[in-house]
Design a protein around this ligand. Structure first.
Ligand code: MF3
Ligand code: CO
Ligand code: CO
Length: 288
Protein backbone atom coordinates (compact mmCIF):
# COMPACT_ATOMS: atom_id res chain seq x y z
CA UNK A 1 0.00 0.00 0.00
CA UNK A 2 1.25 3.51 -0.82
CA UNK A 3 2.03 5.89 2.00
CA UNK A 4 -0.35 8.81 2.46
CA UNK A 5 1.12 12.26 1.90
CA UNK A 6 0.90 14.66 4.88
CA UNK A 7 -1.02 17.86 4.11
CA UNK A 8 0.59 21.32 4.26
CA UNK A 9 -0.62 23.81 6.92
CA UNK A 10 -2.56 25.66 4.17
CA UNK A 11 -4.23 22.44 3.03
CA UNK A 12 -5.12 21.61 6.64
CA UNK A 13 -6.85 25.01 7.00
CA UNK A 14 -8.84 24.33 3.85
CA UNK A 15 -9.78 20.84 5.07
CA UNK A 16 -11.05 22.27 8.38
CA UNK A 17 -13.40 24.45 6.36
CA UNK A 18 -14.54 21.71 3.96
CA UNK A 19 -15.20 19.22 6.77
CA UNK A 20 -17.13 21.76 8.87
CA UNK A 21 -19.28 22.56 5.83
CA UNK A 22 -20.10 18.85 5.39
CA UNK A 23 -21.05 18.61 9.09
CA UNK A 24 -23.21 21.74 8.81
CA UNK A 25 -25.30 20.08 6.10
CA UNK A 26 -26.12 17.41 8.70
CA UNK A 27 -26.92 20.09 11.31
CA UNK A 28 -29.21 21.77 8.79
CA UNK A 29 -31.08 18.61 7.78
CA UNK A 30 -31.55 17.16 11.29
CA UNK A 31 -34.89 18.92 12.07
CA UNK A 32 -36.34 17.61 8.79
CA UNK A 33 -35.47 13.97 9.50
CA UNK A 34 -38.88 13.05 10.89
CA UNK A 35 -41.77 10.62 10.28
CA UNK A 36 -43.41 11.22 6.88
CA UNK A 37 -40.60 12.87 4.91
CA UNK A 38 -39.09 10.99 1.97
CA UNK A 39 -35.37 10.54 1.53
CA UNK A 40 -35.72 12.20 -1.92
CA UNK A 41 -37.02 15.32 -0.12
CA UNK A 42 -34.04 15.21 2.27
CA UNK A 43 -31.74 14.99 -0.76
CA UNK A 44 -33.38 18.01 -2.39
CA UNK A 45 -33.14 20.07 0.81
CA UNK A 46 -29.45 19.21 1.24
CA UNK A 47 -28.69 19.92 -2.42
CA UNK A 48 -30.33 23.36 -2.21
CA UNK A 49 -28.55 24.14 1.08
CA UNK A 50 -25.16 23.22 -0.39
CA UNK A 51 -25.78 25.23 -3.54
CA UNK A 52 -27.55 28.33 -2.21
CA UNK A 53 -26.22 28.74 1.35
CA UNK A 54 -22.78 27.14 1.34
CA UNK A 55 -21.76 27.51 -2.30
CA UNK A 56 -20.41 23.98 -2.07
CA UNK A 57 -21.12 21.15 -4.48
CA UNK A 58 -21.91 17.55 -3.68
CA UNK A 59 -19.06 15.14 -4.28
CA UNK A 60 -21.52 12.27 -4.72
CA UNK A 61 -23.81 13.70 -7.45
CA UNK A 62 -22.74 11.98 -10.70
CA UNK A 63 -19.78 10.39 -8.92
CA UNK A 64 -18.69 7.53 -11.23
CA UNK A 65 -15.87 5.32 -9.99
CA UNK A 66 -14.59 2.71 -12.48
CA UNK A 67 -17.19 -0.03 -12.98
CA UNK A 68 -20.07 2.04 -11.52
CA UNK A 69 -22.94 4.00 -13.02
CA UNK A 70 -23.10 7.69 -11.97
CA UNK A 71 -24.41 8.11 -8.40
CA UNK A 72 -27.67 10.04 -8.86
CA UNK A 73 -28.01 12.08 -5.63
CA UNK A 74 -26.35 14.76 -3.48
CA UNK A 75 -26.35 12.68 -0.27
CA UNK A 76 -26.44 8.98 0.60
CA UNK A 77 -29.41 7.79 2.67
CA UNK A 78 -29.03 4.25 4.04
CA UNK A 79 -32.13 2.98 5.85
CA UNK A 80 -32.38 0.08 8.33
CA UNK A 81 -30.74 -2.95 6.64
CA UNK A 82 -29.03 -0.74 4.06
CA UNK A 83 -25.32 -0.57 4.87
CA UNK A 84 -24.15 2.36 2.73
CA UNK A 85 -24.58 4.21 -0.59
CA UNK A 86 -28.39 4.11 -0.29
CA UNK A 87 -30.02 6.19 -3.03
CA UNK A 88 -32.65 8.72 -1.86
CA UNK A 89 -36.15 7.80 -3.04
CA UNK A 90 -39.88 8.21 -2.61
CA UNK A 91 -40.37 6.05 0.50
CA UNK A 92 -41.40 8.01 3.61
CA UNK A 93 -39.66 7.60 6.93
CA UNK A 94 -41.68 5.82 9.60
CA UNK A 95 -41.46 5.47 13.36
CA UNK A 96 -38.72 3.01 14.34
CA UNK A 97 -36.54 3.53 11.26
CA UNK A 98 -32.82 4.17 11.59
CA UNK A 99 -31.24 6.24 8.83
CA UNK A 100 -27.65 7.10 7.94
CA UNK A 101 -27.12 10.33 6.05
CA UNK A 102 -23.67 10.64 4.49
CA UNK A 103 -22.58 14.03 3.16
CA UNK A 104 -19.49 14.77 1.11
CA UNK A 105 -19.10 18.36 -0.06
CA UNK A 106 -16.54 20.00 -2.30
CA UNK A 107 -15.67 23.37 -0.76
CA UNK A 108 -15.55 26.55 -2.85
CA UNK A 109 -11.74 26.13 -3.02
CA UNK A 110 -11.92 22.48 -4.12
CA UNK A 111 -11.39 20.47 -0.91
CA UNK A 112 -13.50 17.45 0.10
CA UNK A 113 -15.17 17.09 3.51
CA UNK A 114 -16.88 13.79 4.40
CA UNK A 115 -19.04 12.92 7.42
CA UNK A 116 -22.13 10.89 8.28
CA UNK A 117 -24.49 10.40 11.22
CA UNK A 118 -27.29 8.06 12.26
CA UNK A 119 -30.80 9.40 12.82
CA UNK A 120 -33.38 7.51 14.88
CA UNK A 121 -36.87 8.23 13.57
CA UNK A 122 -39.15 9.08 16.51
CA UNK A 123 -38.11 6.04 18.53
CA UNK A 124 -36.69 2.68 17.59
CA UNK A 125 -36.27 -0.80 19.03
CA UNK A 126 -33.80 -1.34 21.86
CA UNK A 127 -31.62 -3.30 19.42
CA UNK A 128 -31.66 -0.51 16.82
CA UNK A 129 -30.75 2.12 19.40
CA UNK A 130 -27.98 -0.04 20.85
CA UNK A 131 -26.58 -0.67 17.35
CA UNK A 132 -26.47 3.08 16.65
CA UNK A 133 -24.80 3.79 20.00
CA UNK A 134 -22.24 0.98 19.76
CA UNK A 135 -21.37 2.05 16.19
CA UNK A 136 -20.89 5.63 17.42
CA UNK A 137 -18.58 4.31 20.14
CA UNK A 138 -16.72 2.20 17.54
CA UNK A 139 -16.02 5.31 15.44
CA UNK A 140 -14.79 7.20 18.50
CA UNK A 141 -12.63 4.33 19.74
CA UNK A 142 -11.05 4.31 16.27
CA UNK A 143 -10.49 8.07 16.49
CA UNK A 144 -8.98 7.64 19.97
CA UNK A 145 -6.37 5.25 18.55
CA UNK A 146 -5.03 7.94 16.17
CA UNK A 147 -1.70 9.52 17.11
CA UNK A 148 1.74 9.82 15.46
CA UNK A 149 3.48 6.46 15.66
CA UNK A 150 0.27 4.48 16.04
CA UNK A 151 -0.48 2.14 13.14
CA UNK A 152 -3.57 1.70 10.99
CA UNK A 153 -4.21 -1.75 12.48
CA UNK A 154 -4.63 -0.13 15.90
CA UNK A 155 -7.66 1.77 14.59
CA UNK A 156 -9.23 -1.28 12.99
CA UNK A 157 -8.59 -3.40 16.04
CA UNK A 158 -10.23 -0.93 18.44
CA UNK A 159 -13.34 -0.82 16.24
CA UNK A 160 -13.59 -4.57 15.67
CA UNK A 161 -13.10 -5.41 19.34
CA UNK A 162 -15.91 -3.13 20.47
CA UNK A 163 -18.32 -4.19 17.70
CA UNK A 164 -17.77 -7.92 18.18
CA UNK A 165 -17.64 -7.57 21.97
CA UNK A 166 -21.20 -6.31 21.72
CA UNK A 167 -22.31 -9.18 19.48
CA UNK A 168 -22.23 -7.17 16.24
CA UNK A 169 -20.11 -7.58 13.09
CA UNK A 170 -17.89 -5.31 10.98
CA UNK A 171 -18.50 -4.88 7.24
CA UNK A 172 -15.26 -5.73 5.38
CA UNK A 173 -15.85 -4.49 1.84
CA UNK A 174 -15.78 -0.74 2.54
CA UNK A 175 -13.27 1.28 4.49
CA UNK A 176 -12.22 4.74 5.56
CA UNK A 177 -9.98 6.66 3.18
CA UNK A 178 -7.52 9.48 2.83
CA UNK A 179 -9.20 12.66 1.59
CA UNK A 180 -8.12 16.12 0.44
CA UNK A 181 -8.29 17.61 -3.04
CA UNK A 182 -9.65 14.20 -4.03
CA UNK A 183 -12.57 12.16 -2.61
CA UNK A 184 -10.60 8.97 -2.03
CA UNK A 185 -6.83 8.98 -1.43
CA UNK A 186 -4.33 6.79 0.42
CA UNK A 187 -4.53 5.29 2.99
CA UNK A 188 -7.32 2.72 3.16
CA UNK A 189 -8.53 2.62 6.75
CA UNK A 190 -9.92 -0.83 7.53
CA UNK A 191 -12.42 -1.09 10.39
CA UNK A 192 -10.98 -4.42 11.56
CA UNK A 193 -7.46 -5.67 12.12
CA UNK A 194 -4.60 -6.44 14.44
CA UNK A 195 -2.79 -3.99 16.74
CA UNK A 196 0.74 -3.02 15.70
CA UNK A 197 0.17 -3.77 12.01
CA UNK A 198 -0.17 -1.57 8.93
CA UNK A 199 1.41 1.77 8.12
CA UNK A 200 2.53 4.16 10.84
CA UNK A 201 0.55 7.38 11.21
CA UNK A 202 2.40 10.66 10.57
CA UNK A 203 1.36 14.20 11.55
CA UNK A 204 -0.49 16.02 8.78
CA UNK A 205 -2.20 12.96 7.35
CA UNK A 206 -6.00 13.29 6.92
CA UNK A 207 -8.44 10.39 6.53
CA UNK A 208 -11.95 9.27 7.39
CA UNK A 209 -13.04 6.69 9.96
CA UNK A 210 -16.46 5.34 9.00
CA UNK A 211 -17.29 1.92 10.47
CA UNK A 212 -20.32 0.04 9.11
CA UNK A 213 -21.55 -2.30 11.83
CA UNK A 214 -24.23 -4.98 11.36
CA UNK A 215 -26.55 -6.39 14.01
CA UNK A 216 -26.29 -9.81 12.30
CA UNK A 217 -23.62 -11.26 10.04
CA UNK A 218 -21.01 -9.15 8.23
CA UNK A 219 -21.88 -10.30 4.69
CA UNK A 220 -23.38 -7.79 2.28
CA UNK A 221 -25.18 -7.75 -1.10
CA UNK A 222 -25.53 -5.05 -3.74
CA UNK A 223 -28.95 -4.03 -5.07
CA UNK A 224 -29.64 -3.93 -8.82
CA UNK A 225 -29.64 -0.10 -8.68
CA UNK A 226 -25.84 -0.44 -8.93
CA UNK A 227 -25.15 1.37 -5.65
CA UNK A 228 -27.17 0.40 -2.57
CA UNK A 229 -25.41 -2.04 -0.25
CA UNK A 230 -27.55 -4.12 2.15
CA UNK A 231 -26.84 -6.77 4.75
CA UNK A 232 -27.14 -10.20 3.17
CA UNK A 233 -29.17 -11.45 6.16
CA UNK A 234 -31.32 -8.25 6.16
CA UNK A 235 -30.20 -7.43 9.71
CA UNK A 236 -29.95 -3.76 10.73
CA UNK A 237 -26.78 -1.83 9.92
CA UNK A 238 -25.40 1.46 11.25
CA UNK A 239 -22.57 3.80 10.26
CA UNK A 240 -20.97 7.00 11.56
CA UNK A 241 -18.18 8.93 9.86
CA UNK A 242 -15.74 11.69 10.78
CA UNK A 243 -12.76 13.09 8.88
CA UNK A 244 -9.69 13.34 11.16
CA UNK A 245 -6.20 14.86 11.13
CA UNK A 246 -3.13 13.26 12.73
CA UNK A 247 -1.59 16.04 14.85
CA UNK A 248 1.83 16.31 16.55
CA UNK A 249 0.39 14.87 19.79
CA UNK A 250 -2.74 13.00 18.79
CA UNK A 251 -5.77 13.63 16.64
CA UNK A 252 -8.07 16.48 15.63
CA UNK A 253 -11.59 15.76 14.39
CA UNK A 254 -12.17 18.05 11.41
CA UNK A 255 -15.85 17.33 10.68
CA UNK A 256 -17.22 19.09 13.75
CA UNK A 257 -20.12 21.56 13.75
CA UNK A 258 -22.15 23.41 16.35
CA UNK A 259 -24.86 20.72 16.52
CA UNK A 260 -22.80 17.58 16.06
CA UNK A 261 -23.08 15.05 18.88
CA UNK A 262 -20.41 15.12 21.64
CA UNK A 263 -17.96 12.24 22.00
CA UNK A 264 -19.45 9.30 23.93
CA UNK A 265 -18.70 8.77 27.66
CA UNK A 266 -16.07 6.13 26.93
CA UNK A 267 -13.86 8.80 25.36
CA UNK A 268 -12.07 10.64 28.17
CA UNK A 269 -9.07 12.94 28.61
CA UNK A 270 -7.73 15.56 26.20
CA UNK A 271 -9.59 14.30 23.13
CA UNK A 272 -12.97 14.52 24.92
CA UNK A 273 -12.35 18.00 26.34
CA UNK A 274 -10.72 19.55 23.25
CA UNK A 275 -13.49 18.16 21.03
CA UNK A 276 -16.26 19.42 23.33
CA UNK A 277 -14.59 22.85 23.53
CA UNK A 278 -14.17 23.00 19.75
CA UNK A 279 -17.86 22.19 19.22
CA UNK A 280 -18.94 24.79 21.78
CA UNK A 281 -16.85 27.48 20.03
CA UNK A 282 -18.48 26.96 16.61
CA UNK A 283 -21.29 29.28 15.49
CA UNK A 284 -24.54 27.60 14.44
CA UNK A 285 -24.84 26.49 10.82
CA UNK A 286 -26.27 29.37 8.75
CA UNK A 287 -29.99 29.16 8.00
CA UNK A 288 -31.26 29.37 4.42
N1 MF3 B 1 -19.42 9.35 1.37
C1 MF3 B 1 -19.09 7.99 1.08
C2 MF3 B 1 -17.80 7.72 1.83
O1 MF3 B 1 -17.81 7.94 2.99
C3 MF3 B 1 -18.96 7.68 -0.36
C4 MF3 B 1 -20.24 7.81 -1.09
S1 MF3 B 1 -19.99 7.50 -2.74
C5 MF3 B 1 -21.52 7.59 -3.40
O2 MF3 B 1 -16.76 7.35 1.33
F1 MF3 B 1 -21.35 7.67 -4.67
F2 MF3 B 1 -22.21 6.57 -3.00
F3 MF3 B 1 -22.14 8.66 -2.98
CO1 CO C 1 -15.87 8.53 3.49
CO1 CO D 1 -19.04 9.55 3.61
Amino acid sequence: MNKPLPKTPEEIKEMRIACRLAAEVLDYIEPFVRVGITTAELDRLCRDYMKNVQHTTSATLNYTPPGYIPYPASICTSLNHQVCHGIPGEKSLKKGDILNIDVTVISPTGFYGDTSRMFIIHDASILAKRLCQVTYECMWLGISAVRPGARLGDIGHAIQRHAEGNGFSVVREFCGHGIGRKFHEEPQVLHYGQPNTGIELQPGVIFTIEPMINAGKAAISELSDGWTIITRDRSLSAQWEHTVLVTENGVEVLSLSAACPLPPKLVTGTLATTTANAIAALPPAPLP
